[in-house]
Design a protein around this ligand. Structure first.
Ligand code: FES
Length: 337
């Protein structure tokens, strides 16, 4: 079975698709944000038009095209397979405003406890309702009758069916307390969103500096995994500030060097009780020694609101380009202590 190159118009984005996988799955796996909703041939949201090339047999679908639409080359990405290299006209989300607000009843998957302070939580959406989002966004998670939280998505938008979240302990939040008390595998958790304007600018060719404080690694993990799936060629640097022993995904962060051509990971340890100002000072020392010209980089960072407020003017003072600084603006969900 062949592997084919698919070019999307009008964006010019390209991806590869094996003959046996549908074009929607192949585009998402490559990190592209093509339009879709049901992913099962019912809604018509993934309609596309064949400009060049040959499609293989289609999977069954309920969505109906008129004869005139078929003559125009319209087809569904979620049920179509490539039988040659293709040029296809298809809708793609270009910004968070292009993605509809979604409400999904997901199921609790694996929950990994990291010490006493953090849970890494996986949620599975129904097959017909993957979450569509951009890397860097967040959602509201809730359980009816219990409560909810606002939480960064830690996984890649290339798989909207398996969502990951990093949730620190917050004794005064009933939803989080419920999770820490051992919510059963398979329990229903409602997901609403996505929210947030900070997303990866995948048309930029500038090198990427990713900065995370504590569990806010979640946002940078989503961005890094999206960059890997997009096969971005530019240099990527990740700086992660955390307390001694709290770099809970250190091996994963190191492993990205295998997928990114020019990548370096800096795990920074700050002392227990170190103020946020002291943490920023420590961070800026590394940026000063490792990032030769901050003004040429796209800088993404996520931390507590206090950390963000101190860091922002210091990045500008170090020469960062104000238009290329990206940080999520949302309510913090508590800090690891
Ligand atoms: S996503 Fe609904 S028909 Fe393809």
């Amino acid at each position: 079975m062949g592997v084919y190159r698919i070019r999307l118009l009008p964006s010019g984005h390209e991806f590869q698709a094996a003959a046996q996988e549908n074009l929607l799955d192949a585009a998402l796996r490559s990190g592209l944000n093509v339009n879709f909703y049901c992913s099962s041939g019912s809604c018509g949201e993934c309609r596309a038009r064949l400009i060049e090339g040959e499609l293989g047999p289609h999977d069954f679908h309920d969505y109906h095209f008129s004869e005139a639409q078929k003559r125009q080359g319209l087809f569904l990405l979620c049920t179509a397979h490539a039988a040659s290299d293709l040029v296809v006209e298809a809708g793609e989300a270009r910004s968070p405003r292009d993605i509809p607000h979604q409400f999904i009843k997901a199921r609790l998957g694996r929950v990994e406890r990291v010490g006493e302070q953090l849970l890494i939580v996986q949620l599975r959406t129904p097959r017909s309702s993957p979450l569509r989002f951009f890397a860097g966004q967040h959602v509201a998670l809730s359980i009816p009758g219990v409560g909810g939280i606002d939480c960064s998505i830690a996984s890649c938008p290339c798989n909207g069916r398996l969502l990951q979240f990093h949730i620190p302990r917050q004794p005064d939040n009933p939803f989080v307390a419920h999770l820490f008390s051992g919510l059963r595998h398979g329990s229903e958790v409602e997901v609403a969103g996505p929210f947030g304007e900070m997303t990866l600018d995948n048309d930029s060719t500038r090198p990427l500096l990713l900065v995370a404080q504590d569990h806010e690694l979640a946002t940078m993990k989503s961005l890094a995994e999206h960059a890997i799936n997009l096969d971005l060629p530019q240099p990527v640097r990740l700086i992660w500030l955390a307390r001694e022993g709290r770099h809970y995904l250190e091996n994963l962060c190191r492993s990205w060097s295998e997928a990114l051509d020019d990548y370096h990971f800096y795990p920074l340890v700050y002392a227990a009780g170190a103020s946020e100002a002291a943490q920023v000072t420590q961070l800026m020392a590394v940026i000063g020694s490792e990032i030769a010209a901050p003004g040429e980089w796209d800088i993404y960072w996520a931390g507590s609101s206090g950390f963000n407020q101190i860091l922002y003017p210091q990045l500008l003072a170090a020469g960062a380009d104000e238009r290329r600084l990206f940080s999520p603006r949302r309510r913090a969900i508590g800090r690891m202590v």
